[in-house]
Design a protein around this ligand. Structure first.
Ligand code: GAR
Length: 205
């Protein structure tokens, strides 16, 4: 099974839906949670993860220089040998010190089309601009802010959504489903690539 390190800074609803997907859902035979990590030791999501029986770890980022914190966080996470680092409301821009050890294996979910809106408050942006539709994006993380290659996008119908809470409710429902599904597809693709590589090397020997 693929080992997931799930990173969060707050509530943890995406983390919870991923954990549940590994327990009884679409990720059941594909992935396991190696650790749930936070840069905020007091994040509600950490307690939620512990209550699900997940290993948890934290390292306070407050007052730390970005590169030094990221290097330390990367060393800590490497001890859990993750195949994928899954950002789930991890509200930090990652520096090369963090990205390099996990290059090409870091995923993020962003509650907008990353070509249209980057950074924080994407649901407020959709609501304030009275969008009738927004998009949820799952992408690989590079060194920019919400700029990495897109793995999957799904629309959220916002027609008739009259409050910000309703916009968020509809968006999060899509987030929770899309993140687990995208990870499942990614893991299956990786497994297929590895088994056909093994097949090739067997037939060459
Ligand atoms: C989610 O809506 C996630 O897409 C967003 O933060 C929220 C975290 O909620 N992430 C970003 O805005 C990243 N730019 P959660 O803690 O309940 O998963």
């Amino acid at each position: 099974k693929a080992r997931l390190a799930i990173l969060l800074s707050g509530r943890g609803s995406n983390m919870l839906s991923l954990v549940q997907a590994t327990q009884t859902g679409i990720l059941k035979d594909l992935a396991e949670v190696a650790v749930v990590f936070s840069n905020k030791p007091e994040a509600p999501g950490l307690e939620l993860a512990a209550a699900q029986g997940c290993p948890v770890a934290s390292l306070p980022s407050q007052g730390r220089k970005r590169e030094a914190f990221d290097a330390e966080a990367a060393v800590l996470l490497q001890q859990y040998q993750p195949d994928f680092v899954v950002l789930a409301g991890y509200m930090r821009i990652l520096s090369p010190a963090f990205i390099q050890p996990f290059a090409g294996r870091i995923l993020n979910i962003h509650p907008a089309d990353t070509h249209q809106h980057q950074g924080l408050h994407a649901y407020e942006w959709a609501f304030d601009n009275k969008l009738t539709e927004t998009k949820i994006t799952v992408h690989l993380v590079d060194e920019g802010l919400d700029t990495g290659p897109i793995l999957a996008q799904e629309s959220v119908d916002l027609r008739g959504a009259e409050t910000l809470a309703e916009v968020e409710r509809r968006g999060l429902a899509v987030e929770h489903q899309l993140y687990a599904q995208t990870l499942a597809e990614l893991i299956k693709t990786k497994q297929n690539v590895m088994s056909s590589a093994a097949e090739t090397s067997r037939s060459e020997n």
